[in-house]
Design a protein around this ligand. Structure first.
Ligand SMILES: [Fe+2]
Length: 94
């Protein structure tokens, strides 16, 4: 699972964070695949299936994000400061 170091050098916590982050990347990639395929197909039934599957990937991604939030205090802080804010995007961040 580690991309830059050998697993034996990493703590179980970091390995689990990497597992969750890599899985989040894959869920977002899956959204992109389904978006492109649903946009490209001329078959309305296939488009429906692709859109349904794409939206399932969003639930999977959010579950991973929630797990990460619970295990990464800095991410938790950033999410609390940013998500669902009424501020303009340009007003958010440092
Ligand atoms: Fe998924």
């Amino acid at each position: 699972m580690p991309r830059y170091e050998v697993a034996e050098d990493l703590s179980e916590k970091i390995r689990d964070l990497s597992r969750a982050r890599q899985s989040l990347i894959e869920e977002i990639e899956a959204m992109m695949f389904y978006d492109e395929r649903s946009d490209a197909t001329k078959d309305s039934d296939l488009k429906h299936v692709m859109e349904h599957n794409r939206d399932d990937e969003k639930e999977h991604a959010v579950l991973l994000l929630e797990w990460l939030r619970r295990h990464d205090p800095a991410l938790d802080k950033e999410l609390k400061e940013t998500l669902f804010s009424k501020k303009e995007i340009k007003e958010l961040g440092d």
